[in-house]
Write a protein that binds this ligand. Structure first.
Ligand SMILES: Cc1cc2nc3c(=O)[nH]c(=O)nc-3n(C[C@H](O)[C@H](O)[C@H](O)COP(=O)(O)OP(=O)(O)OC[C@H]3O[C@@H](n4cnc5c(N)ncnc54)[C@H](O)[C@@H]3O)c2cc1C
Length: 393
């Protein structure tokens, strides 16, 4: 297992539970995870949901206010790390740089020259995709965000007890043009709330300094002193990485294209898929390493999951091609769809039929002006998206 993020740890624990001997390589295998991970509760394994802070509902705002009665969780990273830790997973502190493969297994080569033998190699190195082709050559569309932690009383202007804000597209005060961003607000426990100014996806990424300015504007307009922040979270990760090719290394988590382009989520999917991966590898290894790697890929990426992935990437392109002023209308249409469509579209993995149904329902709801951009964006597969309104304030 290469990479000790949530995906690598989940896969390592599942493989260990399946009776496989596991070595986990990471530059800092014990450092834990600093990012705030959110997910719909119904998409988490129940034992993980039980370890999380749960909000009963979330607020949404496109051009009007909505409340979604769908429980939303923020994971407790320490509890999750402990939950996934296994005494018999051997931790190796190091940085993998390459892998070699033969008929009887693989060798992972570390930067310092050490060589580790393995039956199968899983690449869970996140966006670095170290053993799965590395970073793609083109600049990625990235999600960026700046989040400030405040106490619950301070956050009261944005979300009441027991609730969060999934997306509020009302523009931050004194925002003059530019690509729209939204407020995301989640509870980190009984007395802390994370308020995050988020750019869902942009190529090139929206700068963090701009997001910080917008967040400070929101807070001061609500009468909150920006100095009331207790900590800052900086978010930047790609949302449109292509699927790695199947081969002798099995990619997993963000390295495997799990990141949902419309939410940026991948953790719940990795947690759910880890036992499937472990079962496929363990079954495949009874025949041989190449069979195991193939089985691992196939269980993660059956043809329908690939088709759903392609449709989602298409909808991301359509979103990126929208004129900035149409983005809140687009999300208003999304939030007004029947719940099953919203759930299907945002699903960690989803089905191609469900994704297509949701996209058609969305298309039928958006204004004509937005439809034109969606058609153009959806059809422009492979073309660079139009550069609308970069920068701004
Ligand atoms: C701040 C932030 C907030 C996010 N919020 C959410 C959220 O709310 N919900 C959600 O689902 N997703 C969220 N994401 C997106 C995504 O799900 C996360 O990036 C998640 O951490 C991906 O998990 P992963 O284990 O696949 O990869 P990572 O967490 O990136 O883990 C990769 C691991 O591989 C290690 N590694 C890298 N290179 C090497 C190497 N050469 N050799 C060995 N090890 C290596 C790294 O040190 C790291 O430990 C967020 C991302 C960020 C950055």
């Amino acid at each position: 297992m290469v990479g000790g993020g949530p995906a690598g740890r989940a896969a390592a624990s599942a493989c260990s539970d399946a009776g496989l001997a596991v070595e986990l390589v990471d530059p800092a295998p014990r450092s834990g995870w600093a990012s705030t991970f959110g997910s719909w509760v119904d998409e988490l394994p129940p034992d993980v949901a039980a370890l999380s802070t749960v909000m009963d509902r979330v607020r949404l705002h496109g051009t009007s206010a909505h409340v979604w009665q769908r429980p939303y969780a923020v994971l407790d990273n320490t509890a999750l790390w402990k939950h996934l830790w296994r005494a018999d997973v051997t931790e190796v502190t190091g940085r993998a740089v390459a892998a070699e493969h033969g008929p009887t297994g693989s060798t992972v080569i570390l930067k310092d020259g050490r060589r580790l033998a393995a039956g199968v190699v899983v690449d869970a190195t996140g966006p670095a995709r170290v053993l799965s082709g590395g970073r793609p050559p083109h600049p990625p569309a990235q999600q960026t965000a700046i989040g400030w932690v405040v106490d619950s009383a301070t956050a009261g202007a944005f979300c009441g007890p027991g609730e969060g804000v999934f997306m509020d597209w009302r523009s931050a005060p004194r925002t003059r043009g530019g690509w729209p961003t939204f407020l995301y607000a989640v509870r980190l426990g009984p007395d802390r709330v994370l308020l995050e100014e988020t750019s869902l996806a942009r190529r090139p990424a929206l700068p963090l300094a701009l997001l910080r300015r917008r967040l400070a504007g929101r807070l001061s307009d609500a009468g909150i002193d920006p100095q009331a922040q207790l900590g800052e979270e900086r978010v930047r990760f790609p949302v449109d990485d292509p699927l790695p090719r199947p081969g002798r290394v099995v990619p997993f988590g963000a390295a495997a294209g799990f990141v949902h382009p419309a939410s940026g989520f991948s953790v719940a999917r990795a947690l759910l898929r880890a036992p499937w991966l472990a079962a496929a590898l363990s079954g495949g290894l009874t025949t041989g390493p190449a069979t195991a790697a193939r089985a691992g890929w196939q269980v993660l990426w059956p043809p329908d999951a690939i088709a759903a992935h392609v449709l989602r990437q298409r909808s991301l392109r359509a979103l990126l091609s929208l004129p900035p002023e149409a983005v809140p209308d687009f999300f208003e249409a999304f939030f007004s769809m029947p719940e099953p469509h919203r759930i299907e579209f945002l699903a960690g993995e989803g089905t191609s039929a469900g994704t297509a149904r949701a996209m058609s329902a969305l298309f039928a709801r958006v204004p004509w002006s937005v439809r034109r951009s969606i058609v153009w964006g959806g059809m422009s597969l492979g073309r660079p998206p139009a550069k609308h309104g970069l920068g701004g304030s």
